[in-house]
Write a protein that binds this ligand. Structure first.
Ligand code: HAM
Length: 411
């Protein structure tokens, strides 16, 4: 019979991979709580309109990457392509802004984008995501960026580059957009790819981060927003950079870092790594000061980021899976009940381990213990049982000794 496989772009997380994801989730809880961030979870399905209004109708994500379908009453629903929009919806829907002037949230889970799958790019992928709402202060920007870098360091991920840009604000961006469009339209039309020809009209900033080499050549020398933005935006960005400088956090300025989602303004950032293939962005984020009001809430500023967990997983230094503390080898059937109660006792003391379910030769059980990389093999044969002892074999250092079963622990 034909075997049913996973849907293209969707993947199983077998135990090794699942352990990596659990490790990343655990570290997220550990690190973000140090900064007062609280865990939040929002649904995987939202009304399509939420994403069109927040991410922007002309973004690649909304135009061609969403999994959108009608429900049984013909309402258009979408599998979330990112978490920010849903968190903002929850923030407005539950008036969370009325509870505290500054809110800090983190979440992690699956996201869905209909992209061409390749290394580090999936249709179902996972993000670790943080949002801070309620302050425009550049200190918040600096802290959010530092927290992201802290998280990556806690995962043991090094050799990454932090890129930084500022996209101006609602006041100065329209002027910049027009200046940029004027420049881009003055360039030879045949230099643009099909997408950029459309972007020239609808979203000229996105032309700046088109990966097509002809588009890059044609857009060379384009005016930079960091230069053309208003004095407030320039001062804000200078302060963010100054804070990162004073805290010794290295970064590079990338004037083409415009991000793929339309809600951003002012500070934007990405973390890139040369070690994950063509999809080099392992995290991205920025400020989105008009987003809450665009979703019908008060005019509350915000900033946040998301890391791609599949890409982080490619960079984790080693498997975070926990090896068992013990393996109980049973040489005679009559030792089985004692073996099970010993295993239960050790587990109640927080020790992890496996216990043979049937008696077998010492050789085969030592092989099993090594395969599972147990720290100790606890050998129980008829002789040990009669003497009330267990033979403890240290699988890492070598050597073995007999210990009384009564009150036995691995401490
Ligand atoms: P984003 O840049 O679209 O931002 O995605 C963040 C990260 O998710 C990317 O840097 C990448 O590592 C990962 N990612 C995106 N698409 C895929 C994919 N198809 N397969 C694997 N990984 C992927 C956002 O989503 C914003 N919501 C971030 C944010 C939060 N901004 C403010 N708050």
């Amino acid at each position: 019979m034909a075997v049913i496989e996973t849907v293209k772009g969707f993947a199983d997380h077998l135990p090794d991979e699942a352990a990596r994801f659990a490790f990343m989730g655990g570290k997220a809880r550990e690190v973000f709580s140090l900064y007062g961030y609280k865990e939040i979870h929002v649904p995987i399905v939202e009304y399509t309109d939420l994403f069109a209004r927040s991410i922007g109708a002309d973004t690649d994500v909304v135009r061609k990457e969403m999994f959108t379908f009608p429900d049984r009453r013909e309402r258009s629903l979408t599998l979330r392509p990112e978490a920010t929009a849903g968190i903002m919806r929850a923030y407005v829907e539950h008036s969370l802004h009325a509870r505290e002037s500054l809110s800090r949230f983190f979440t992690f889970g699956p996201m869905f984008r209909y992209e061409r799958p390749q290394k580090g790019r999936m249709r179902q992928f996972h993000q670790v995501n943080c949002e801070c709402l309620g302050a425009e202060d550049p200190r918040v920007d600096a802290e959010v960026i530092l927290m992201l870098m802290h998280y990556l360091e806690a995962l043991g991920i090094k050799a990454v580059t932090l890129e930084l840009n500022s996209l101006g604000c609602r006041q100065c961006r329209p002027g910049y957009r027009e200046a940029l469009r004027g420049f881009l339209l003055s360039r030879p039309a045949e230099g643009w790819c099909e997408d950029c020809r459309r972007r020239l009209e609808t979203n000229p900033l996105r032309v700046l981060d088109c990966k097509n080499s002809s588009c890059r050549k044609t857009s060379a020398g384009a005016p930079e927003i960091a230069v053309l933005s208003c004095p407030d935006c320039r001062a804000h960005f200078a302060e963010v950079r100054g804070l990162l400088d004073s805290l010794g956090r290295a970064y590079i300025l990338n004037p083409r870092l415009v991000r793929g989602l339309d809600y951003y303004n002012r500070t934007t950032f990405e973390v890139v790594s040369g070690a994950v293939g063509a999809q080099s962005a392992i995290a991205g984020g920025g400020r989105y000061d008009g987003l809450v009001s665009a979703l019908g809430g008060p005019d509350i500023p915000g900033i946040g980021f998301a890391c791609g967990m599949e890409r982080l997983a490619l960079l984790l230094p080693r498997s975070p899976e926990r090896e068992p503390d013990f393996y109980i080898a049973v040489l005679e059937d009559r030792a089985l009940p004692t073996a099970m109660s010993l295993a239960a006792r050790l587990r109640s003391q927080g020790r992890s381990g496996l216990c043979a379910f049937s008696a077998a030769s010492l050789k085969s059980q030592l092989r099993a213990a090594s395969k599972h990389e147990a720290a100790y093999t606890l050998i129980l044969g008829g002789m040990e049982l009669d003497k009330g002892v267990v033979l403890v074999k240290d699988m890492r250092q070598g050597g073995q000794r007999e210990m009384f079963l009564e009150n036995f622990s691995l401490d």
